[in-house]
Structure formats: C-alpha cells, structure tokens
Design a protein around this ligand. Structure first.
Ligand code: UD2
Ligand code: MN
Length: 593
C-alpha cells in the first residue's frame, strides 16, 4: 500500500483522470473502515461529584489518567530541564512578568522561538493510515487576548509548517482588543514582513470574549471547514487530515484532536492519554476515561471515539454546518460554558462529536487564567445559566441544587436560542443523557449520590531514585521543615544534620520531586522567582515541584530556572533562597543515604 500511495501522489500531479480513479479507491477503502464503534458503556461510573473543588478552567487530563496513557512509555522529554535557566536580571524579569501576564514560562517560550520539533505522540498505527487526497479546505481561526507573542507565533507557524498547503485555506487571527501595546506593534510588523498571504488579522474594537470572538473569526472565513485553536497551541504531525476525513464523510460530524499537554512551566510537550469529555452538575467540563472495551479492540487506539462533550478550544466543523447549527450563543461573554452548549447542541440536534486519536495538538494548560472580564463579572455562571435554561429542561435543577444562589440570577434574553432549538427540532436533554452520557448520575432529593468509582485505581507512585538527608556542603547542615514537615505551605531551613531523624529524610523520584518525610513536596510559587520554596501537597505534574540534582551538586528548580542556596551559612536562622546558579559552595547540596 506504500507503493500505491506514492503512485497516487505522482498521478495527482501528472494525470487528473488517474487521480480521480485513485481518489475513488481511497474513498471506498475509507468507507469500509468503521469510524467509531458504538459500544454501550457499562460498569463505568462517572468520576463523580467534585463540583465544589473543580477548578474553573480547563486542565489537561490529570495524573489519575497516567496509567491509561497509551503512548507515554518510552517518551523522553524533548527539552533540557535547564531550558529556563536564569542568567541575569533581565531573564528573571522576563520570566516573572511572563508568569504574571500569561501564567506560563514565557522565558522558555521565547527561547524556543517560532518553530520547533515535537515528539510524534501518535500511536504507531496512525502512521500507516491513509486519508483521501481530496478533502475540504480549512480556515483555522485563532482568537486571542493578550497572548504572549512567541506562543502565538509558534501556534501560527506550527500550522503553516505541518499542514499541506492545499488544505490550508487561511489562518484568521482575531485580536480580541488586546491591550498589550508591544503585542500589537510586534504583530503588525511581523505579519507585514513575514506572513503575508495566508494569515489574516481581524481586530475587535472592543473586548468581545472568546465566544463572540470566534463567531467574528468564522464570519470572515471562506474555507469549507472551520478549525478553531487556542492561541497557545502547537499542532503535531499530520494533524489536519484525520480531522477533515470524517467531516468529508458526514458534514454533521464535529471532531476534536487529542489535546496533548505542553507544560506551562517547562514547555515540554507530552502525549495525553486517550480520554473523552464529560461534565458535572456544576457544569464544569471534565475528562472521563474511555471504556476499556473500546480502547482494547483491534483498532481501538486509533478509531474515533464518541465524546459527550468537548473541552472547547480545539475542534473542526463544517462551516455551513456551524452556521446552520446556530454558531454560538452570542449572549455568552468572555469565557466558559460555550463548550458544553455547543456539545449538547451537536448531539441533541442531529450531529455527532468525535475525538480523533490520530490527530494530536498540544496546548499550554495553565494553572490559572491570567485575565478577568472587563466588568469583573463571573462570566462562567452567566454563560452556564443561559445554557441550562435553553438546553437542559428539568435537569437544570441539578445545577441549581449545587448553585442555589443562581436560581434567580438574571441571564439576559434567550428567546433566539430557544427558537433555534425548536427550529432545529432538537431532542430532549433526557435523550442526550440516556443515549450519549449514560454514565452521568442524576440525583433526586432522596437519592444520595453514589460514591464515585475510579476506573484507573490508585495513582502510580513514581519510582524512588534516591533517599536520604539533603546536606548543604558550605553550611554543613541539612534541609528540614521550619515547623512540622506535615504543615502545608511551611518553609524549609537548614539545621544540624541528624541521621536518625526521619523528619530529615528526603526522597527524590523519577518525576524529579523532592518529598520530605514521605509527606509533602518541595515547591516553588510560580509568580516570583525570588520567593523561597515551600512544602506543598505533591501534584504530580512537574514544573513548580520539579528539581534536578546534578552537575557540581547544584539543586536546580526547573520552572524558576534558579538554584537553591543557603542565605547565610553561619546564621542560626538557616534561611534558604533561590539564586542565580553560579556553582558557589552555598549552592552545593548532597543527598546522602
Ligand atoms: C478552555 C478551552 C477554551 C475555551 C474555554 C471555555 C481548551 C484547550 N481550551 O479554556 O478554548 O473553550 O475552555 O470557554 O479546550 N480569549 C479571547 N478573549 C477573551 C478571553 C480569551 O480571545 O476575552 C482567547 C485566549 O487568548 C485563548 C482562548 O480564547 O486563545 C481560550 O482562552 P484560555 O486559553 O484562557 O482558555 P482555557 O484553555 O483555559
Ligand atoms: Mn487555552
């Protein structure tokens, strides 16, 4: 089939007749593949009732899914852990301001530049797949507000670098009235000098938010398919063809790539496990495990997966279908809720939503959103209210049971959206729950929610590499908790070493965490690189808790780009601080068993 494929490429250029014949061949063979298996999911429970503690932004699938990851094994980080090394005050300022304005490590982002290689995170089987040559063309819409310039340009260039030109109709950037003046000027200059042609820039005269922003972007698009991306993404190898193929087959199919994780602290690109979208009754998006039956089937790791919801930022949809289905709810502001709204609408009004494992796009998942809404409103609650009132029928009571304070909150006029639902003759929310998301548990007043059952039982504990006391060579003292080692947020200091004291014992594991007395992890606050480290609950996602113990005994903190030092080796206080790595004795540590 490899020969055939090359044969086909040649023919396309030499003979139109041949290409039509071969294109038919590929189409037919594509027909015979099943695009998804409709496996009823039994024995899987919702991951449960975490609404109150759910962070109000979208994270990558957390460490609980690590074991479910199909492709994680053997993947090495593609960047040196010292990529974020701070050499001078300017670096420090770039890093700290970057975290402040963008909530990720802009120093590393700038150093990476606008192009970089990525690990190909696809399953091996994806590499053998072929896609029809004739596919609809794509308009990529990227909406941004105050994005870091290097991250935005890496998004744009990754699309230009990894998309066949004949499929990429255009890239439309929507500047949502960013107020960083540098960004505006830099972008104008760069677009004029380097990106004329396929990249178009639309500027909103006032801040619209990502929902109306995307609608504006879509209204300028002229390609056949709309592909939405966040402004801090990097698309991976052959990402677009697997998205366009199912849309070509059925224009009511909306598809999402697997969203790989670009670490906000290290910018390391790593594969996400195959998970799918769900939500909880607090109307927050969450990741759910895919039923094993579906994953383990012969084609399981690469076949499209039906997903009850989408995360929101990254998806492709036929442009005329987007319009027919009512675009987005333009009454929704800034951020939040639109992803569940469009997901419910797709399923309830005759479409389907699939995750395509062979399409991989990385996204920088941040720990907080670095911007607010212009009036400081909680736009998530406003938007969720609108979607609950339009789409959820009586099941909106589940939401109000958790958010009673919202029951009488104003949510604007929804007349048009209700009319849309009627015009499209959409099904009921009950139908959606019964058929698309049967794992969702509905609680009635006298029926207590069941205990959530986790499918991937227990976290994999990272393997311990070293264990012992952490001695500073200059002070000849050991790093310990200032108070109790179990106290979250507690500081660390150096004190006299005592080999019998279990509270002085650190473990250093393969995730590069330093854990004191088996309890808490040594952690750096992200905002200021000059703050001393503290003891925090281990979160298992690297970055602020990632340390390297290496060359010349230095203890290097990956997201801060600095080394741990004793402040005054001869003072009783024993204070430690982060400092520019200079190899001095005050920065030398030994982990001794
Ligand atoms: C997730 C989605 C995001 C969106 C959101 C819910 C992913 C990877 N991301 O949040 O796309 O669906 O959930 O609403 O699924 N932006 C503007 N104007 C604004 C605010 C944001 O243009 O007023 C841009 C922003 O620059 C970014 C995009 O909208 O490119 C999404 O915002 P985000 O990255 O802060 O959202 P995220 O990834 O936390
Ligand atoms: Mn984002």
């Amino acid at each position: 089939s490899v020969t055939l494929r090359y044969f086909c490429y040649g023919c396309l250029f030499t003979s139109v007749t041949w290409s039509v014949l071969l294109f038919l061949y590929f189409n037919l063979s594509e027909e015979s593949r099943s695009f998804y298996r409709n496996v009823p999911i039994k024995g899987l429970q919702s991951q449960g009732f975490q609404h109150r503690f759910q962070p109000r932004f979208t994270r990558g699938p957390g460490p609980q899914y690590r074991d479910g990851g199909q492709n994680r094994k053997g993947q090495k980080p593609d960047l040196s852990p010292e990529m974020g090394m701070i050499f001078n005050e300017h670096d420090q300022e770039v890093r700290d301001m970057g975290y402040h304005k963008h909530a990720f490590n802009v120093l590393i982002s700038n150093r990476l530049g606008y192009h970089r290689d990525l690990p190909d995170t696809r399953n091996e089987k994806c590499k053998e797949r072929t896609y029809p040559l004739a596919l609809p063309t794509a308009s990529v819409v990227i909406c941004f507000f105050n994005e870091a310039f290097s991250a935005l340009l890496r998004t744009v260039h990754s699309v230009l670098d990894r998309t066949p030109a004949y499929l990429l109709h255009e890239i439309i950037l929507v500047d949502d009235n960013s107020d960083l003046t540098d960004l505006k000027e830099d972008l104008d200059t760069y677009l004029q000098n380097n990106l004329r042609g396929k990249v178009k820039l639309v500027r909103n005269e006032k801040r619209e938010g990502l929902i109306r922003g995307r609608m504006i972007g879509a209204s300028h698009a002229t390609g056949e398919v709309l592909v939405f991306l966040d402004s801090h993404c990097e698309v991976n190898e052959e990402w677009l063809q697997p998205l366009l193929t199912p849309i070509k087959k059925n224009r009511r199919t909306v598809v999402c790539p697997v969203i790989d994780i670009i670490s906000a602290d290290t910018l390391v690109y790593s594969p996400s496990p195959i998970v799918r979208g769900g939500f909880n009754w607090g109307l927050h998006f969450k990741w759910d495990p895919v039923p094993m039956s579906e994953l383990n089937s012969p084609d399981g790791a690469v076949a499209p997966i039906r997903s009850p919801t989408m995360a929101g930022g990254l998806f492709a949809m036929d442009r005329s279908y987007f319009n027919e289905l009512g675009q987005y709810d333009s009454g929704m502001d800034i951020w939040g809720g639109e992803n569940l709204e469009i997901s419910f609408r797709i399923w309830m009004c005759g479409g389907q939503l699939l995750i395509i494992p062979c399409s991989r796009v990385g996204h920088i998942f941040r720990k907080r959103r670095p911007y607010g809404s212009p009036g400081g409103q909680d736009t998530m609650a406003h938007n969720s209210l609108r979607l609950a009132h339009v789409w959820m029928d009586d099941y909106k009571e589940q939401y109000f049971a958790l958010r009673p304070e919202l029951r009488n909150r104003e949510f604007g006029d929804i007349g048009e959206r209700v009319a849309l639902r009627q015009r499209l003759q959409c099904r009921s929310f009950k139908w959606y729950l019964d058929n698309i998301y049967p794992e969702m548990q509905v609680s009635s007043p006298n029926n207590k929610p069941q205990q959530p059952v986790f499918v991937n039982k227990g976290l994999r504990r990272p393997r311990v590499l070293q264990r012992g006391r952490l001695r500073n060579l200059l002070a000849d003292k050991c790093l310990v908790a200032q108070g109790r080692p179990s106290q979250k947020g507690g500081a660390v200091v150096v004190r006299d070493c005592d080999s019998r004291d279990p509270e002085q014992e650190w473990t250093y594991d393969e995730e590069h965490e330093l854990i004191l007395a088996g309890l808490l992890c040594l952690d750096m606050s992200e905002i200021r690189s000059s703050d001393p480290p503290r003891l925090m609950k281990c979160h298992g996602s690297g970055g602020s808790q990632q340390w390297t113990l290496g060359k010349s005994n230095r203890l290097y903190q990956v997201s801060v780009g600095q080394c741990l030092a004793v402040v005054d080796p001869f003072s009783h206080k024993g204070y430690v601080a982060m400092a520019i790595c200079d190899g001095s004795p005050s920065q030398q540590w030994q982990l001794e068993g």
